[in-house]
Design a protein around this ligand. Structure first.
Ligand code: SAM
Length: 292
């Protein structure tokens, strides 16, 4: 099977199988070999690596990954793509395709089974409708990964790198900056996909930090506070957190805090009690977490 990364080769596969693109699965296939080469380069894949690919589509990027890596495990939700992948990837012996929803896959367990628990590299042209839950899941569930190299909407790449006080700053920015170093590797225009998406895209590499960016007593508690703060971002931090049902304590059990507790903690931190969550840095969220 020839490489699929051209409009003609992709068009032929689509026609041969009578495949219909499904918008609900975020299907925009890459048709640019130059961009694919650059993604593999950015992910720094070697023959030592076990790669997990999310959403292989018709296998366009999977071909490149298989040639550079020791092993590839590709997780695809659309059952209509499974027979196509069987055909397009038939020449490769180091690929396993799983017909699953990535959000239901225990990626940590997969890494353990496939790579003896050693860190994997995750590479994907992500389905844009679930980018945030996929990234948050990989970051927060202690999946042993070395890096995650992904195509995302440009706007999501901006959110990952956003600083406090900006409109893009939120729970995704904080989770990314706590666990990984984000680096935008390239901008990818809509013309590199079939069909063309309505937005510009970026490839971003997230490299696991040796230690999280700051020390905190409980990650569970910290991220429950961050989530609650941004769930109601128009409210002041004290109002968003007071009596929130989603706060967790160090042990991961539900925890309630009063408005007074929060205002007292903010005063200790020399912050105004009417401050909003979007003004706090990662360090300040950590201080608040330790005080509550
Ligand atoms: N990797 C291919 C490429 O670059 O041409 C396809 C990328 S396309 C943007 C996203 C792929 O993710 C599609 O194949 C889609 O069916 C798949 N997908 C969507 N939701 C998924 C999910 N929840 N779990 C696994 N795969 C999913």
């Amino acid at each position: 099977m020839a490489y699929l990364a051209t409009p003609t080769a992709t068009g032929e596969v689509i026609k041969k199988y009578g495949f219909h693109f499904q918008k609900r699965f975020g299907q925009n296939f890459l048709i640019d070999a130059n961009i694919l080469g650059k993604i593999i380069g950015a992910a720094e894949i070697t023959k030592e690596d076990c790669v997990i690919e999310i959403g292989p589509g018709i296998g366009t990027m999977t071909q490149y990954l298989a040639e550079s890596a020791k092993e590839v495990v590709a997780v695809e939700i659309d059952k209509n793509l499974i027979p196509i992948l069987k055909d397009t990837l038939s020449e490769y012996e180091n690929i396993t395709v799983l017909n699953e929803d990535i959000l239901n896959v225990d990626v940590g367990r997969l890494a353990k089974e496939r790579n003896e628990g050693k860190p994997v590299k995750v590479v994907a042209n992500l389905p844009y409708y679930i980018t945030t839950p996929i990234i948050m899941g990989l970051l927060e569930s202690r999946v042993p990964f070395y890096s995650i190299t992904i195509m995302v909407q440009k706007e999501v790449a901006d959110r990952m790198q956003a600083r406090p006080g900006t409109k893009d700053y939120g729970a995704l920015s904080l989770a990314v900056q706590y666990y990984v170093k984000p680096e935008v590797m390239m901008y990818v225009p809509p013309a590199c996909f079939m069909p063309r998406p309505g937005v510009g895209s970026c490839v971003i590499r997230l490299t696991r930090l040796k230690e999280p960016a700051i020390k905190v007593l409980s990650e569970k508690k910290l991220f429950s506070i961050i989530r609650a703060a941004f769930n109601q971002r128009r409210k002041t931090l004290a109002n968003a957190l007071a009596n929130s049902a989603s706060l967790l304590n160090d042990k991961g059990s539900p925890m309630k805090v009063t408005r007074q507790d929060i205002c007292a903690a903010l005063t200790k931190m020399n912050l105004n009690s009417s401050i909003r969550g979007e003004a706090l840095s990662l360090e300040q969220f950590s201080d608040l977490c330790n005080l509550l």
